[in-house]
Design a protein around this ligand. Structure first.
Ligand SMILES: [Fe+2]
Length: 234
């Protein structure tokens, strides 16, 4: 049965033309160099700050329903950035690296304004996640599994990578598979948040359901997902 609320949001976005399925629709209410650091785990070089990050909600924006945001275009909530964001990630849309095996995943991020639901071209999207070792690449040269890209005229960018794995921190905390994204656009507040996966048995429920990715699989096993990032007007 069609979810009338979802349908209304699709209309507001005009997303029908993008062929979105249920994927990403849950997100409508709402997209890290020393190599080898895992969150909460030591590694080479100077130690990064402790991982205070992947376990706590920031109180900025999550329930922000400022008057400038219309009700059907709710702003995406912030979630802890974690310690492994690095500025200056390369512009690329295929993050896969030779020699690393994993599940191919194609993510479409759509960026829109919380002011009027308008799709935002030229928004800056940073995305970073762990390698298949469960470590963040912090070496500074290759910056594996990190990118900084701009949305196109249609407010979207498509990124191909390997699905991040779950891993244990040095304190024994199981970190479910997740992406970090930082999205900014002129005239809007930057959103930094974390995206996890729906139906992930490792998920601990720390992030709100609006930040869970739904996936579908293609015939070759590639997972596809779409997420809509809505930025509050500044
Ligand atoms: Fe992380």
């Amino acid at each position: 049965m069609t979810d009338p609320k979802k349908s209304r949001r699709e209309l507001m976005l005009g997303l029908g033309s993008f062929g979105l399925s249920a994927v990403g629709m849950a997100a409508l209410s709402g997209c890290d160099g020393a190599r080898g650091w895992r969150e909460g785990l030591g590694g080479r070089g100077a130690p990064p700050p402790m991982d205070s990050g992947d376990s706590g909600l920031l109180d900025t924006g999550w329930s922000d329903t400022g008057v400038e945001e219309v009700s059907d275009c709710e702003v995406t909530g912030n979630f802890a950035e974690g310690p492994y964001y690095l500025d200056g990630a390369p512009s690329r849309v295929d993050l896969r690296t030779a020699g690393e095996l994993g599940t191919n995943l194609r993510m479409t991020l759509i960026v829109r304004s919380g002011r009027d639901c308008r799709l935002l071209a030229d928004a800056q999207v940073d995305l970073w996640h762990v390698m298949q070792t469960g470590l963040y690449d912090l070496t500074g040269s290759d910056m594996h599994y990190r990118c900084n890209v701009q949305t196109g005229f249609d407010g979207r960018v498509e990124i191909t990578t390997l699905r991040p794995i779950s891993y244990y921190t040095e304190t024994g905390k199981l970190m479910p598979s997740h992406f970090h994204i930082k999205v900014s656009a002129e005239g809007h507040k930057t959103v930094t948040t974390q995206l996890r996966f729906a139906n992930d048995p490792d998920d601990d429920g720390e992030v709100p359901p609006e930040l869970l990715l739904e996936t579908t699989s293609t015939s070759d096993g590639t997972q596809e997902t779409t997420f809509v990032v809505t930025l509050a007007a500044s």
